[in-house]
Design a binder for this molecule. Structure first.
Ligand code: HEC
Length: 127
């Protein structure tokens, strides 16, 4: 009888533990939606940034030649050593007196983050 009750307690405890673990795992899965998505970023980049920054992010897009200020080549140390925050700020607010205008209002924060994730991927791949 005692053993049975003991086993019953253990069962409840185990169920509670499993329940908590599942809840924690769900929380984690939800948090995982946050990291930027380079696949979505590719679409954003190709539609909005490629014309200047080029297919590989080297600043050699079809519109680049006509610009007085050359588009950033993301493979250069100057760019890729900058933090995500700094680059995101540039994408959000643009650069004064430069063809790099602000994307605030045209792209959502998520789209801007996704685009940066894709830029980082291009540089990582060395393309
Ligand atoms: C009309 C051309 C043009 C388009 C379109 C454009 N950019 Fe730029 N971008 C530039 C130029 C030019 C610079 C460099 C400005 C400077 O150095 O003064 C730049 C700079 C940047 C920088 C800063 C790099 C650094 O090292 O600080 C980032 C980040 C950037 N662009 C991201 C983007 C993203 C993301 C998009 C698309 C959503 C985009 N750009 C679209 C022209 C463009």
């Amino acid at each position: 009888m005692w053993t049975l009750r003991f086993l019953g307690m253990r069962h409840i405890l185990l169920t509670a533990t499993v329940g908590l673990t599942v809840a924690a795992a769900c929380e984690f899965a939800r948090a995982q939606e946050f990291p930027p998505d380079a696949v979505k970023g590719k679409v954003v980049y190709e539609r909005n940034c490629l014309a200047c920054h080029g297919p590989g992010g080297r600043g050699d897009g079809p519109d680049a030649a006509a610009l007085r200020v050359p588009p950033a080549n993301f493979h250069r140390f100057k760019s890729f050593l900058k933090s995500d925050e700094e680059l995101l700020r540039t994408i959000e607010h643009g650069i004064v007196f430069s063809p790099m205008h602000s994307w605030q209002g045209q792209l959502t924060e998520t789209e801007r983050q996704d685009a940066l994730a894709y830029i980082r991927l291009l540089v990582q791949r060395g393309q």
